[in-house]
Design a protein around this ligand. Structure first.
Ligand SMILES: [Zn+2]
Length: 1007
């Protein structure tokens, strides 16, 4: 990206007639002038709206700062950042970034040449404030920091800005700052609690800094883009810890160290942390804490821990954790002095006070940052050479990791391969694909296999997420001491989480390969349409099957699932195979899903002879997620990722659960208390009433919903809630100490004949994070998953005492009255990581409400579905995707379901035109790759007189014609996910409308 400095040029000309030292800062109000109070004032917080406005103003008016928007947040706000440096550096920014990129790529650059280049450029120091939106002392801090650097002309700022480029991400989660800050102000002078009570990141909540290896959220993707563009030497993130701990934590980091991160990252980060500590101590800031080889604080074991993406790219991590004040903005008072009181290497100068204010927390955060940036500015050449350049340079010739990983072609789950490659692509990993068969590590691989060589910049990251390292046994303070535990989880093994094969190959091999320009799903050709007596079949095996089920439901396509194994067309099919009557609409849905997932679709001439289940059309899924319950947020993300429609169950829904839902999912963390009592609504405003308590009556109604025929899925700890709700005949396995499995993958045996486990590999694994297993006393209960009876219990990570779970049940399906219940004791939806296990949710939510049907029923119902469609006008086949640069994702076609007609005009049902003649109009829309235009094609019967109006916000387009018309609407801005497009169609006397929504993945969905 090129940074244009046109505006700067204009400012520079104007400055000729003015005193240069003061001209730049003129017109920039102080924070106090802009916000109306001094940053750090007791009880006052800057709002996100005002802060964004202030930073934009600084970017516009300061010659030392520029303001950019990287993209949109999950909820559609701006995700901005600022670049701050001396005016001279700002004028040669592209040159600086180019030089830093050459150093960071290292390729073809000798150490001498690198040293020479390092002397001609300056490093980038990346600051991230406000990742956790309730850690509010960092909000006034970042406002002061930006203001100071952009306006002050002191020896300090001159030294820093002449020798470094500062990139400031003021809010790693802008939506959260907006929610928490606005809510704080709205509740001023009320009896309400002052802290926002729900997830402050729409999906991830406080887990927004736990997305470092799958990059699922928009904000994470923006941050990795910025990292890739700016090649920072330091990523400095500002957090807050508990009120009673030390006053501020700065590295050195806690044990254990990563086996994969380059030790340069630790050494540089630890050295800088100590340097910051030195300055803080010298300036009288007491209560600084490090973790000098001890384990009393934050660690950076690997990506599942808090080692961010940036740490794999020659940057050191600096974390500051200041102590928290009270109620976001008020002074905390304690009976005793705050924080550790004994002197140690970790806490060289304890804090003796017993109060702690917003201003203090903010001052500590600023002081640490000012010290860190100055240190890097003073040693700028050293950071560029010894940290940025040498990290990559070493990676390019690394021999302590496998030479490559091979993802063999033709794997069981093409979608898992695609999602893995997509993750690696986002991470800037160079991917190659074999053009011919080859042999590596004594194994033969077909053409089409993917090769990931590790001697590349991101090679250690490849090894980190594709390997399955045992937890380091050396991680203990003394030979007889217990093993040191990581700060966070124990595993990030993507092949196990996603259920794919990635073979490490230790030494070099030769293979004819091509670089993969853009990762795409495996291309799949749909077979020719079968005759009306036939069927489409999709074998279970890919977790992407969930996307297919979601799509078939959304388009109301009749769908059956085989209740047993069968053979058809010379192939064997497992239980749970999806059987779809061969209508044109089914073909459209299958085609779209196959393209998006790489899942193969088969066609047979005769409906298979197997009994099974007919999915309930439009199955209504309710999610009880709990306020500020992160697993509930991740479930929302997963439902949306797989295109499965759902609603969050509200407290007011409990009176009519039967009328609203077919299936209810209890997110992990949903307890009886959350359902019965919920949020205390005397302490929160009405907008959170959805999370209020449903009372004992609500609890009973939830039980009645199930026993009257509803379906319930209890996940993780909510499996115990389900057990309690219905007094299920299962008992939690009692474990005795030692028992410690805190975020590892345990082996699990799935029974793919039980519907909950359809599509799962029999020998798989699950994510266990201090969870539970079940003794099952009811012989009619179906065990879909159990811990293995023999062999190793551990699939990845670390365990003590797992033996106590041997042979015990994890996933159990039972009848409760007329209803169906499935409980899952482990955490199969944890942060979206164990993707291979998503079929458990997808199967359960649709299977419970489905109806058992015989083979004859399937044949009869299938024939009826085909007959019904052929009774209508034939639908046009979806057009083949053109190679034209119009769309970056599969298009979706739909009939314009006419709605919103004037009262006088009969409302046509789908495809039917008022009057006697039957006609049909279809609408298909595409989003341009630029995301700045939408093109819709409206097709009617030959010669039909058509007029269409396309509207998107205030923009409109109109077109009239016969048969087929195409109209395009252009937008000045990039269209964001969630934008609504309305197409109104007039044909003859009848009017119809179709509503479309732009999806997160640049698709358009017509409803
Ligand atoms: Zn935090």
């Amino acid at each position: 990206m090129t940074f244009r400095r046109g505006r700067l040029f204009a400012v520079a000309l104007a400055a000729i007639c003015l005193a240069p030292a003061t001209a730049h800062a003129q017109g920039i109000p102080t924070p106090e002038q802009h916000f109306g109070f001094k940053m750090g004032t007791e009880g006052k917080l800057p709002t996100w709206g005002k802060t964004k406005e202030y930073f934009k103003l600084i970017g516009d008016r300061s010659s030392k700062a520029d303001y950019f928007v990287e993209g949109k947040t999950t909820e559609g706000d701006d995700y901005p950042y600022l670049i701050i440096s001396s005016a001279q550096n700002m004028g040669r920014l592209n040159q600086i970034l180019d030089a830093n990129n050459r150093l960071a790529e290292a390729k073809g650059l000798t150490q001498e040449a690198a040293a020479e280049l390092a002397s001609q450029t300056v490093p980038v120091y990346l600051i991230e404030a406000m990742m956790h939106s309730t850690e509010m002392a960092n909000a006034p801090a970042i406002v002061d920091i930006v203001h100071r650097f952009a306006t002050e002309n002191s020896p300090y700022t001159r030294e820093v800005l002449n020798n470094a480029v500062i990139v400031v991400i003021p809010a790693a989660n802008p939506d959260g700052w907006r929610k928490v800050g606005d809510y704080f102000n709205q509740t001023a002078n009320t009896d309400y609690a002052r802290t926002y009570p729900d997830l402050y990141h729409h999906f991830a909540g406080h887990d927004d800094n736990r997305d470092w290896f799958l990059f699922t959220q928009a904000e994470t993707q923006h941050r990795i883009n910025l990292t890739q563009r700016f090649n920072p030497v330091v990523e400095h993130f500002m957090h807050q810890q508990g009120a009673t701990g030390s006053r501020i934590f700065v590295p050195p980091w806690a044990e254990p160290v990563s086996a994969n991160l380059d030790p340069i990252a630790h050494e540089s980060g630890n050295a800088l942390g100590l340097e910051i500590g030195k300055y803080l101590t010298a300036d009288g800031y007491k209560g600084v804490q490090h973790s000098m080889g001890t384990q009393n604080s934050y660690g950076i074991m690997f990506s599942a821990d808090v080692a961010t993406y940036t740490s794999w790219r020659g940057a050191s991590l600096i974390l500051t954790e200041t102590a928290t004040q009270r109620d976001l903005a008020y002074t905390y008072t304690n009976a005793n002095p705050l924080g550790p009181q004994g002197r140690s290497m970790d806490v060289p100068d304890p804090y003796r006070g017993n109060t702690w204010s917003l201003e203090q927390a903010s001052e500590y955060a600023k002081a640490a940052l000012y010290a860190g940036v100055r240190s890097v500015a003073r040693n700028h050449e050293d950071w560029l050479l010894n940290t940025l350049y040498k990290t990559t340079s070493k990676s390019l010739s690394a021999t302590d990791v496998p030479w490559a990983y091979v993802l063999p072609a033709g794997q069981r789950d093409a979608y898992a391969v695609y999602e893995t490659l997509r993750t690696l692509e986002l991470a800037d990993v160079k991917i190659e694909r074999a053009t011919a068969p080859f042999t590596a590590g004594g194994k033969s691989y077909p053409a089409g296999s993917y090769v990931l060589k590790t001697q590349q910049r991101m090679g250690r990251f490849v090894n980190q997420i594709l390997d399955n390292a045992t937890y380091p046994q050396w991680a203990r303070p003394c030979a007889t001491c217990p093993l040191t535990m990581p700060y966070s989880e124990f595993t990030d093994s993507v092949p196990i989480f996603f259920g794919l094969t990635a073979d490490p190959v230790p030494s070099a091999f030769t293979a004819a390969t091509q670089p993969v320009g853009q990762v795409a799903p495996e291309s799949v050709l749909l077979p020719a349409a079968p005759p009306a007596t036939g069927a489409y079949l999709v074998a279970p095996g890919s977790y992407g099957l969930a996307r297919l089920l979601g799509s078939l439901q959304k388009w109301d396509v009749p769908t059956f699932r085989a209740g047993a194994a069968f053979s058809a067309g010379g192939r064997e099919y497992a239980p749970g195979t999806v059987i779809v009557p061969p209508t044109a609409r089914a073909r459209m849905v299958l085609n779209e899903t196959a393209k998006a997932t790489g899942i193969a679709v088969q066609a047979v001439d005769t409906t298979p002879e197997v009994a099974g289940f007919k999915l309930k059309p439009g199955t209504r899924i309710g999610l009880i997620r709990g306020a500020n319950n992160m697993p509930g947020g991740w479930l929302m993300w997963l439902f949306e990722h797989f295109g499965m429609e759902y609603e969050v169950v509200k407290a007011s829904d409990y009176d009519k659960l039967d009328a609203l839902y077919d299936t209810i999912v209890l997110a992990p963390g949903v307890t009886r208390a959350r359902i019965v009592s919920g949020l205390d609504m005397t302490r929160y405003p009405q907008e959170f009433a959805w999370a209020g308590g449903a009372g004992e009556a609500g609890w009973s109604k939830l039980a009645a919903f199930v026993t009257n025929g509803g379906t319930l899925l209890g996940l993780g700890s909510a499996s115990e809630t389900a057990q309690q709700l219905l007094n299920l005949p299962i008992q939690r396995v009692a474990t005795t100490q030692p028992f410690s499995i805190g975020g590892s993958l345990l082996r699990e045996t799935f029974d793919p004949a039980v519907p909950a486990a359809w599509a799962l590999q029999a020998d798989g694994s699950t994510y266990f994070n201090g969870d539970r297993a079940w003794n099952v006393s009811d012989p009619s209960a179906k065990i879909a998953g159990a811990y293995p009876g023999t062999g190793s219990m551990l699939a990845s990570g670390y365990e003590v005492g797992a033996e106590q779970l041997r042979g015990k049940a994890d996933i159990v399906s039972l009848k409760a009255g007329q209803g169906n219940v499935t409980v899952v004791g482990s955490q199969t939806t944890f942060r979206s990581w164990p993707r291979a296990l998503w079929p458990i949710v997808a199967n359960s939510v649709y299977h419970g409400p489905s109806a058992a049907v015989s083979a004859v029923d399937i044949r009869t119902l299938s024939a009826a579905a085909v007959a019904q469609e052929s009774g209508e006008q034939p639908q046009p086949e979806p057009e083949p995707e053109t190679a034209a640069p119009t769309t970056s994702a599969p298009e979706v076609k739909a009939e314009a379901a006419p709605v919103a007609t004037p009262a006088a005009t009969p409302v046509p049902t789908t495809g039917a035109v008022a009057g006697t003649s039957l006609a049909k109009v279809t609408v298909s829309c595409k989003l341009a790759k630029s995301r700045r235009a939408v093109t819709c094609t409206v097709k009617g019967a030959k010669g039909t007189s058509l007029r269409a109006d396309l509207a998107l916000g205030k923009a409109k387009a109109r077109r009239s014609g016969r048969g087929t018309i195409t109209l395009t609407l252009r937008s000045a801005t990039r269209l964001k996910a969630g934008a609504s497009v309305n197409v109104r169609v007039t044909f003859g006397q009848t009017k119809g409308a179709a509503k479309a929504r732009i999806g997160r993945r640049a698709t358009i969905t017509l409803r």
